[in-house]
Design a protein around this ligand. Structure first.
Ligand code: SAH
Length: 453
C-alpha cells in the first residue's frame, strides 16, 4: 500500500472530528465527507503505522442514510460535520457511541441506557452566533464563517443552525459599513475596525441582542445603525465590545452600550437568566431544558437535600436543582460565571443556592475536610477532560446517596464511571441527549446510586 493508491472502503463509524472511518487491509482509514454505510473509493493521502488518511474520489454505493446537506457551505464550514446523514441515523450513531464507550472503556457489560433524547428540529436551534467580518477577494465586505481550521472567511450570512434574524442583522451591519466606508478588521495588519458581529436571541422571551466587536472605541454614525437595527422585532440590546488586541480571542473585556439594555433575559424551565454579551449561556435552550429535567429526575429531590453542583458555570443546573432542594452549593473556576450565577439566583429570588469560585478539586475537599459540609446528591458537569481523580475520590468519601454525571465526552465519562463503580456506586441509568444536531457531539446524563453495604 502506498500514497496515491486508490482503495475501496466501507465506512463503519465516525471519528471524533466527524471523519468517516473504515478498514482496508487491516488498517483504519479516515475519509472526510463520508457517512456510515457509504462504500467509498478513496485515494491514500497519508500513511501511518496502523492508520491512514484518504480523500474521497467516488461514492461507489451511497449509504441508505445519506441525504443531501441542506446548507450550501456545509462541506467547507466544518461546523456541521454530519449534515449529509439523516437525522435518525445521526441519533443512532450518537447512542451507539455512548454505549460503545461505556462497554469498551467503562467495562459495563450491559449499560442501562434510556433511548437518546433527540431534537424535534435539528436546524435553527442555536441561540448564539458570532460572524467574523472581512473582505472578499474581489473587495466586498462580507460576513460568514472561518473555513475549517483556517481563518479564511466563507461568505454565509444564514447559518442554518442559527436564527433567521442573523441574516437580517448582518445585512444591516454590512450596509452600514459600506455606506460610511467603515473597514473590516484585517488579522494580518491589525488595521480596520469591525471584527465580529455577535448575535443572541432569548428563545423563550424573544429578546434579541447585537454586539459589534470593534478594534477601536466607537463606531462611526452608530446612531444610524441603531435606528435600523431597533426596527427588528425583539431587539433589546445593542452594544460594542472593544477588542484592540492582535489576537484570535473574539471578545475584549469592555462593553459600551449603544441602545437598550446591556443584557437580554431568557428562561429555561421556570428559571430566568440574565445574559450579557460576555456571559456564557447554553446555546441550545430547548434541549438544555430536557437534559436538565433528566438530571433533576435522576437527582430524586424531595426538598430536604443538600446538593453540590460541581463545574456549575453560571449556575444553570444549580438553580434548576435549587427549586427542589434544601440547599445547593455550586463550584466553578471562572469568577465572572460565578458573578452571573449569584445574580441569577437573586433574579429568581432563590436564597438556597451558594456559589464558590475555585477548582472543584480544591474547593470540594476543603469544604468537606475543614468545614464538614456533606452532600445527599452531587451533580457534576465537567469539561471534556472529565473529573480529576481527586474530585472523584472526595465524592466517594462524602458518600452521597446519588451522583448525577452530566458529560459532553462519553469517553472520559466512561473512565470516571468505571472508577466510581469500583468504589461503592452502581450505574443505575444513563440517557444520551442531542444538544448539537448535525455535529458529532453528544451529551449524556447518568445516575449513579450508592450500593447498600
Ligand atoms: N453546568 C454549566 C456548564 C458546565 S461547562 C451550565 O449549565 O452552564 C463546564 C464548566 O466547568 C465551565 O464553566 C468551566 O469553566 C468549568 N471548569 C473547568 N475546569 C474546572 C475545575 N477544575 N473546577 C471547577 N470548574 C471548572
Amino acid at each position: 500500500m502506498r500514497k496515491d493508491d486508490l482503495i475501496t472502503v466501507t465506512i463503519e463509524d465516525l471519528s471524533s472530528e466527524g471523519l468517516g472511518v473504515g478498514h482496508y487491509d487491516g488498517m483504519a482509514f479516515f475519509i472526510k465527507d463520508t457517512v456510515i454505510g457509504d462504500v467509498a473509493e478513496a485515494k491514500i493521502m497519508k500513511l501511518k503505522k496502523t492508520y491512514g488518511y484518504a480523500r474521497l474520489t467516488r461514492l461507489i454505493t451511497p449509504s441508505p442514510d445519506r441525504i443531501a446537506a441542506r446548507c450550501p457551505v456545509a462541506r467547507q464550514c466544518g461546523g456541521c460535520q454530519i449534515q449529509a446523514m439523516s437525522y435518525p441515523a445521526q441519533l443512532r450513531f450518537k447512542e451507539a457511541k455512548v454505549r460503545n464507550n461505556l462497554v469498551r472503556i467503562g467495562k459495563f457489560e450491559h449499560p442501562p441506557m434510556e433511548p437518546i433524547i433527540g431534537m424535534e428540529e435539528p436546524f435553527r436551534y442555536r441561540n448564539k452566533a458570532q460572524f467574523p467580518v472581512g473582505m472578499s477577494k474581489d473587495g466586498r465586505i462580507i460576513a460568514g464563517f472561518y473555513a475549517g481550521r483556517t481563518h479564511a472567511i466563507i461568505e454565509c450570512e444564514d447559518c442554518l443552525l442559527g436564527v433567521e434574524e442573523n441574516r437580517v442583522i448582518l445585512d444591516l451591519v454590512l450596509e452600514h459599513m459600506k455606506e460610511y466606508h467603515i473597514r473590516p478588521y484585517e488579522e494580518l495588519t491589525g488595521k480596520g475596525l469591525v471584527r465580529h458581529v455577535m448575535i443572541r436571541k432569548g428563545f423563550a422571551t424573544g429578546a434579541v441582542m447585537v454586539c459589534l466587536i470593534v478594534n477601536g472605541d466607537s463606531l462611526p454614525h452608530a446612531d444610524a445603525l441603531v435606528e435600523r437595527l431597533r426596527t427588528i422585532r425583539g431587539m433589546a440590546s445593542i452594544t460594542l465590545n472593544i477588542n484592540r488586541e492582535q489576537t484570535n480571542v473574539i471578545m475584549g473585556r469592555e462593553i459600551k452600550l449603544l441602545w437598550g439594555q446591556p443584557y437580554i433575559e431568557d428562561t429555561i424551565g421556570n428559571v430566568r437568566f440574565r445574559i450579557s454579551p460576555l456571559s456564557f449561556y447554553q446555546v441550545n435552550p430547548l434541549q438544555t431544558e430536557k437534559l436538565y429535567n433528566k438530571a433533576l429526575e435522576y437527582a430524586g429531590l424531595t426538598g430536604e437535600e443538600t446538593v453540590w453542583d460541581l463545574y456549575c458555570g453560571i449556575g444553570t443546573i444549580s438553580l434548576f436543582l435549587a427549586q427542589r432542594a434544601k440547599q445547593v452549593y455550586g463550584v466553578e473556576i471562572v469568577p465572572a460565571a460565578i458573578e452571573d450565577a449569584k445574580a441569577n439566583a437573586a433574579l429568581n429570588g432563590m436564597t438556597n443556592a451558594k456559589f464558590f469560585v475555585g477548582k472543584a478539586e480544591e474547593v470540594l475537599p476543603e469544604k468537606y475536610e475543614k468545614e464538614g459540609i456533606t452532600a445527599d446528591v452531587i451533580v457534576v458537569d465537567p469539561p471534556r477532560k472529565g473529573c480529576e481523580e481527586s474530585v472523584l475520590a472526595t465524592m466517594i468519601q462524602m458518600a452521597p446517596k446519588r451522583i448525577v454525571y452530566v458529560s459532553c465526552d462519553s469517553a472520559t465519562l466512561a473512565r470516571d464511571l468505571k472508577y466510581l463503580c469500583h468504589h461503592d456506586y452502581e450505574l443505575t441509568c444513563c440517557c444520551p441527549t442531542d444538544m448539537f444536531g448535525n455535529s458529532v457531539h453528544v451529551e449524556t446524563v447518568c445516575l449513579l446510586s450508592r450500593k447498600d453495604k
